[in-house]
Design a binder for this molecule. Structure first.
Ligand code: AMP
Length: 190
């Protein structure tokens, strides 16, 4: 399963809850990049300048990282990808990786939230966590990229008939409940 939403839509929090419900591993490309930046690995050094300016890390780098992560043994029972794919080229790449592994996507969940609410939330988060990509200019750039590139990704999954869109406004519990009610049937099993 995939979870897609603009920055600040709460997709990381929902990904944790939903993956726990499904009993699958949650994989956040943003978290993997941040861990590499923190550890100053060669990948982290490469990714940092893109992340700090709110740009996408190049597809070649991101795709390879995702391929490596999806080849690990803990994903054999399924996975929830958070923050990937974000570009059309990443959609094609993920299709290839999954086809090679004889796997397929069951569901894609999109969280929607108004831009101004996202900016408010992210500026609040900046005060709490000091994330270097949570300044207003960078936040607005990340939102623009979402509209310019990632909405086209969402459209691809809508065409395939596997997309559920859920309103991301409201409390964390409200959004989880909406996802459980509207999302793939595996989510509503107790
Ligand atoms: P996130 O925590 O998902 O907002 O991701 C933080 C940052 O990591 C993004 O602003 C990008 O710089 C980078 N990133 C995460 N996922 C991707 C991706 N799928 N493609 C390119 N860059 C990514």
């Amino acid at each position: 399963m995939l979870i897609i939403g603009p920055p600040g839509s709460g997709k990381g929090t929902q990904a944790e809850r939903i993956s726990a419900r499904l009993g699958v591993v949650a994989i956040s490309t943003g978290d993997i990049f941040r861990a590499h930046v923190e550890g100053a690995s060669p990948l982290g050094v490469k990714a940092k300048k893109y992340m700090d300016s709110g740009d996408f890390v190049p597809d070649s780098v991101t795709n390879k990282m995702v391929r490596d992560r999806l080849s690990q043994s803990d994903v054999s029972g399924g996975f929830l990808l958070d923050g990937y794919p974000r570009t059309a080229a990443q959609v094609d790449y993920l299709d290839e990786v999954l086809a090679e592994a004889c796997q397929k996507l069951d569901a894609v969940l999109q969280l929607t939230t108004e831009d101004e609410e996202l900016v408010t939330r992210l500026l609040r988060r900046a005060k709490e966590t000091g994330r270097s990509d949570d300044t207003e200019t960078v936040i607005r750039h990340r939102l623009d990229l979402y509209h310019e590139q990632t909405e086209a990704v969402v459209a691809r999954y809508a065409e395939r008939g596997i997309l559920t869109t859920v309103d991301g406004m409201g409390s964390v519990d409200e959004v989880t409940n909406r996802a459980v009610l509207a999302g793939p049937r595996q989510l509503s099993r107790d």
